[in-house]
Design a protein around this ligand. Structure first.
Ligand code: PLP
Length: 385
């Protein structure tokens, strides 16, 4: 809003497509909402009960500035045992979920530094870069290239001002995973041009074709990689707002200082929940992963049977980014029609960057029975017959 009391940087409305979807979902009584990546499964009761017990036993106070030491120890154990990576305690800072990105950017970006963001991207990235006073530079990726990064195109965007590249694999919104070749290509480019890789690794659980690969698995990348993790999706804990940053110790030290100014210390009970999530992960995660995997494969099969719609074989996450170019309509028009005619709420691909035009993002955050109902309604629409 333009007002003299408001900082001019915020005069332009920066609401994302996600914030308007709550209002759209209320338009009809029977809307099936496939627009938000908030898993329908609630946090496993083993996590919630143990966190509540800890709260009753006194974990209600400020914690260490880099996070609860027990949680940090569990994070190290998870990295060692789960991912085969050795992380030192000084390389960890617990964070308030997505705020991790802001901390990472603030710690590294000078005013006007450029940050490359592959598109289609998580809707918040460009504005997160701007919030940290950086300049987002968009790198398009394409379905016929499996949404992988083309290294020549990447290199053509690198200038004297380029400081970092943000990557996100498994990816929201495409549901794609980078191949090992892509990961190595990005790493080589980062080394060649002395860039930081900010690797948003919040969907590690949902990698369907091969085991999850972190940027930290690539040799020589630990010294220039900032990993962002969150418990939101991997443990269906979106409301607890907890995650962590893994980075070289000198970067973590700055992140700790910024975090201290913003939030002082992290929410104690949420950190206990994260601790219990990690401790119980081997029991909790496999059924969750199977549930979401079976939904995306079911939805992909239905999509590929409907005329004028197609989607790549699912590789990760619980999102599907399906192609609707044959309808001859824009993704906003199609998404709007799907809402009005089928009462199914999705998001237009254009919300995830210009190269998302021609696609619709669907979140498989309802059970197969609801997905079935959604597709039964969608396939009756004129544009899909
Ligand atoms: N990064 C990506 C790629 C996401 O898809 C999301 C949420 O959908 C987030 C970050 C933020 O997640 P949270 O703040 O819940 O950890």
């Amino acid at each position: 809003m333009e007002h003299r009391f408001i900082n001019k940087r915020f005069w332009k409305d920066s609401s994302t497509a996600m914030s308007s979807s709550y209002a759209l979902a209320r338009q009809f009584d029977d809307v099936i909402n496939l627009s938000l990546g908030d898993p329908d499964l609630i946090t496993d009761s083993r996590i919630t009960k143990a966190a509540m017990e800890d709260a009753l036993n006194g974990h209600t106070k400020y914690t260490d500035f880099r996070g609860d030491p027990e949680l940090r120890a569990a994070i190290r154990e998870y990295y060692r045992d789960g991912l085969g990576l050795e992380i030192r305690d000084e390389e960890i800072c617990v964070a308030v979920a997505v705020m991790a990105m802001n901390l990472a950017l603030q710690a590294c970006i000078n005013d006007g530094d450029e940050v490359i963001i592959p598109a289609p991207y998580y809707t918040q990235y460009p504005q997160q870069v701007e919030l940290a006073r950086g300049v987002p530079v968009i790198l398009d990726t394409f379905e016929d290239e499996d949404f992988q990064i083309n290294m020549e195109r990447l290199e053509s965007l690198i200038t004297e001002k380029t400081k970092a590249i943000i990557i996100n694999t498994p990816n929201n919104p495409t549901g794609n995973c980078f191949t090992e070749e892509t990961m190595r290509g990005i790493a080589d480019m980062a080394k060649k041009h002395d860039l930081i890789v900010i690797s948003d690794e919040i969907y590690t659980l949902y990698c369907f074709e091969r085991p999850f690969m972190s940027m930290l698995h690539v040799e020589g990348m630990k010294e220039r990689t900032i990993v962002i993790n969150s418990y939101s999706k991997d443990y269906t804990m979106t409301g607890w707002r907890v995650g962590q940053i893994i980075a070289p110790d000198f970067i973590i030290d700055v992140i700790r200082q910024i975090s201290e100014k913003l939030i002082f210390t992290l929410p104690s009970v949420s950190q206990r929940a994260a601790l219990h999530a990690l401790k119980n992960r081997k029991a909790i995660q496999p059924p969750m992963r199977e549930e979401y995997k079976s939904r995306v494969f079911y939805a992909a099969e239905r999509i590929n049977k409907i005329p004028n719609m197609s989607v790549l074989n699912p590789k990760g996450t619980f999102y599907l980014f399906f192609n609707i170019k044959k309808t001859g309509l824009t993704s906003a028009e199609v998404s709007d029609k799907i809402l009005r005619e089928a009462h199914v709420l999705t998001l237009p691909g254009s919300a995830f960057g210009a190269c998302g035009e021609g696609y619709i993002r669907m979140c498989c955050t309802v059970g197969i029975d609801k997905l079935e109902e959604a597709f039964n309604r969608i396939e009756k629409m004129d544009i899909f017959r």
